[in-house]
Design a protein. Structure first.
Length: 104
């Protein structure tokens, strides 16, 4: 999924670091793709596209004030939503995520 003005999108391997394995890198790229779809607002869409297209590094992107503010707002919203989920359902979702991660 390349974006206008760029022939290719970074592969998951390009997100691997000494602290992020390939499974985590794939999850990161999938999350960036979701953000690039625009569902989290224009600022995060732009940030995700720039990172996926290699125009900006992930670390640089999350340190940019406009992107950091938008990320902070989305994280706060997600946390509030997660806290509203009943404990039994949270545990079920966490276990499903663990299984999915092992399968990657």
């Amino acid at each position: 999924m390349s974006h206008p003005g760029n022939e290719r999108e970074l592969a998951p391997e390009e997100f691997v670091t000494p602290y992020r394995d390939l499974a985590q890198a794939r999850t990161l790229r999938d999350s960036l793709r979701t953000l690039a779809g625009g569902g989290a607002g224009a600022a995060l869409q732009e940030m995700a596209r720039d990172v996926l297209d290699g125009r900006i590094g992930l670390r640089e992107a999350v340190r940019a004030p406009a992107y950091a503010e938008a990320l902070g707002e989305r994280v706060s919203e997600a946390r509030r939503a997660w806290e509203r989920v009943p404990a039994e359902e949270r545990e079920r979702q966490l276990e499903a995520a663990r299984v999915a991660r092992r399968e990657r």
